[in-house]
Ligand binder design. Sequence first.
Ligand SMILES: [Fe+2]
Ligand SMILES: [Fe+2]
Length: 284
Amino acid sequence: MEHGTPTAALRMIHIADLHFGAQSEGALVALREALRALHPSLVVATGDLTQRGQPDQLRAARDFLDSLQCPWVATPGNHDLPVMPWRRMIDPLRDYRRFLAAHTEPRIDSDLLRLAVLDSTDPKAWRAGRIEEARAQTAADYLSGSASGQIRVVATHHPFDELNEDGRDGMRGAQRALEILCGSGQVDLLLSGHLHQTRIGIVRNEGLRCVVGCVASTPTSPRREAAGEAFVCIDLREDAITLSPWRRTPDTERFRRVKARHFCRQRDNHWREIEPDLDDEGEG
Ligand SMILES: [Fe+2]
Ligand SMILES: [Fe+2]
């Protein structure tokens, strides 16, 4: 039990943007120590595992994930594609498949969890990313086969609501994919990275179900949010999700838990935040 958090039925760690090849000093050691102490059932790494997609960086990221002593899944990010333009266009994920993971869209099916990873990288939309409608539908079909009591989760590198958050150029195909995943997929929780900022809250879109969104910041890159490197610990129960950011501030060597956010499923199947922490360091 961590800092008053009730015993979890399933604990998942969400990390993003590890950026092997360009990491803050000491961050990786602190991260490994924190993750092992949390005893997660699963680690989900949402892309940008490396800085330049080089074989040695991909291998180092793989070694790190293997060292966590628990199951893990990952999705590539834009930084995991080759830097050379011609290689990026011809076979962008060749080295990722060879050195990090053979599958770029793994699935997880367990008692409390049905998870679909969606690869949002696209060499033609390198920064923004893209979700093709057909692939979103395949993920939705997988999620729709979930058993009662399973939380349905989708993990991508690029966030779905980037456009809504700050008016920047958002992921291509995000709106249509969201309609499919929230509609027939009945997704409950969306995990992503890419922004190097922690954003937790309800993803609101006109006419769609309210679902929980979690953008994890980077736990290891010097290109981090001002408050420090961070990852998110997620505790899942049948109709409840608790998301607890852990942060390494400039004045401490270790990751420490900051305010938890609690969400519960309503009778109408929408998700709602409960007991909001008013002094939540501006995350949302
Ligand atoms: Fe990144
Ligand atoms: Fe990225």
